[in-house]
Design a protein around this ligand. Structure first.
Ligand code: CDP
Length: 230
């Protein structure tokens, strides 16, 4: 069967990674969570005192970029690849609010984007990949066979993320999560380099009222159509 490249972009906490993982597993494709890479670079910057809520040593981070080694390693128990930063599994550490609060600042840095986009293109050079992020259909793979743009109201997204964080035992409030979602929406859509916008040829899906199953079926149908027309 013809293999295709699927780009899934959209606002934070729209459930992109959940559906991207499901589709990739169903098809036996590689799943790449590009947001995990920006989160891992942010974690490195926090650990090395290059960023905090009131300071960002952008030059310091840019000159340290060569020291940052990112790797996705497949975890068969979980069924997806986990993020490793300089040899250490950081899958849990990159999902904290501390990282969420700073990641969009780091991701607005062109030098950071250049390094990560290079890695993303390398991971997707052979078709048979589902990648999710903010600029996958516009910048990373402008020729992707299928582009999806996911949206939902900020309140719905914040509630989903809040439940996720609570479930894993993080001490957060809904208000704090909502504020973070709104701030990231703002920074991600207004940054100069590769802002979050819907690619002209992307199919928009508002999943505010879709169950996980309905969402999966909708996207799988689009994938099948894209395969047929390739
Ligand atoms: O999972 P969630 O929706 O919270 O976000 P994510 O996909 O983990 O991405 C975290 C942040 O990384 C985003 O808010 C963006 O600032 C940045 N990002 C980006 O700039 N470009 C991408 N392709 C992916 C993520």
């Amino acid at each position: 069967m013809t293999k295709i490249t699927v780009a899934i972009d959209g606002f934070s906490s729209t459930g992109k990674s959940t559906v991207a993982k499901q589709i990739a597993n169903y098809l036996g494709y590689v799943y790449v969570d590009s947001g995990a890479m920006y989160r891992a670079v942010t974690l490195y910057a926090i650990q090395n005192q290059l960023i905090s809520s009131d300071h960002f040593d952008k030059k310091g981070l840019i000159s340290a970029l060569n020291e940052i080694d990112l790797l996705f390693k497949f975890n068969p128990k979980k069924g997806f690849a986990e993020m490793y930063l300089n040899g250490k599994n950081v899958e849990k550490a990159i999902r904290t609010m501390a990282v969420s609060n700073l990641v969009s600042k780091v991701a607005a840095t062109p030098e950071v984007r250049k390094k990560l986009v290079q890695y993303q293109r390398h991971m997707g050079e052979h078709a048979g990949v589902v990648m999710d992020g903010r600029d996958i259909g516009t910048v990373v793979f402008p020729n992707a066979d299928l582009k999806i743009f996911m949206t939902a109201s900020a309140e719905t997204r914040a509630m989903r993320r809040y439940n996720e964080l609570k479930e894993r035992g993080d001490d957060v409030s809904y208000e704090e999560v909502l504020k973070n979602v709104q701030e990231r929406d703002h920074i991600d859509t207004t940054r100069k380099d590769s802002p979050l916008i819907k690619a002209e040829d992307a199919i928009e899906i508002d999943n505010s009222d879709l169950s996980l199953e309905e969402q999966f079926d909708t996207i799988l149908n689009l994938v099948k159509k894209a395969m047929e027309s390739k």
